[in-house]
Design a protein. Structure first.
Length: 198
């Protein structure tokens, strides 16, 4: 099974790119982030004509996440990350597809840091870790696909000093990602390419 994640950065503006890629790569499941589309404007018809079913949660102007499935109908489980009833940003969706749980995650950026946006990022990570632990404990086959807004190691970002204060490379961001993976998850990029700069 081929599962892909794709920060589309506006699904309607980049729809031709998405459709071309779906046709060429033929992923079985796709997690999309940063739809920048409300629910009514999600291009489900065009995606359907490309052979994919979809579940999505949009948000006008920014955010938004979706899960696409080829030759399968994703069964929507949830459209919010548990743990904060006041958090209504469209950053998490979860569905069952062909016997596995798939998420599409658009973790907060956290800039500028320090400050409330960085605190929100770390708290979101904490909530994700708490929710993800249930999959591990119950031995549920699951994929936490998405855009984590973290460069976990120096291999994951080009050499630069201009990003030194960026939330994506702060020790607390990296520690949160490492702690999540340590629950028993597999970092697919590092598993496939253990020492290749990305």
């Amino acid at each position: 099974m081929k599962i892909a994640t794709f920060n589309i950065n506006n699904v309607n503006r980049r729809l031709p790119n998405l459709l071309r890629w779906l046709h060429q790569a033929k992923p079985d499941i796709v997690a999309l982030q940063e739809l920048k589309s409300n629910d009514d404007n999600f291009p489900f018809s065009a995606i359907g004509k490309a052979g994919y079913s979809a579940v999505w949660r949009g948000q006008k102007t920014w955010n938004g996440v979706a899960i696409l499935a080829r030759n399968a109908d994703p069964v929507l489980i949830r459209t919010e990350l548990p743990g904060d009833r006041d958090d209504h940003e469209a950053r998490y969706i979860e569905a069952a597809v062909s016997g596995i749980i798939v998420t599409s995650i658009y973790l907060p950026n956290g800039n500028p840091q320090p400050g409330p946006k960085f605190d929100y990022k770390l708290e979101w990570f904490r909530r994700l870790k708490s929710h993800a632990a249930k999959f591990i404990k119950q031995e549920v086959p699951a994929v936490l696909a998405g855009d984590y807004n973290v460069a976990p190691t120096g291999l994951d970002i080009y050499p630069t000093r201009s990003w030194d204060r960026d939330a994506l490379i702060q020790p607390k961001s990296r520690a949160a990602f490492t702690s999540l993976v340590a629950q028993g998850w597999c970092d697919a990029i590092r598993t496939l390419h253990p020492s290749m700069p990305m």
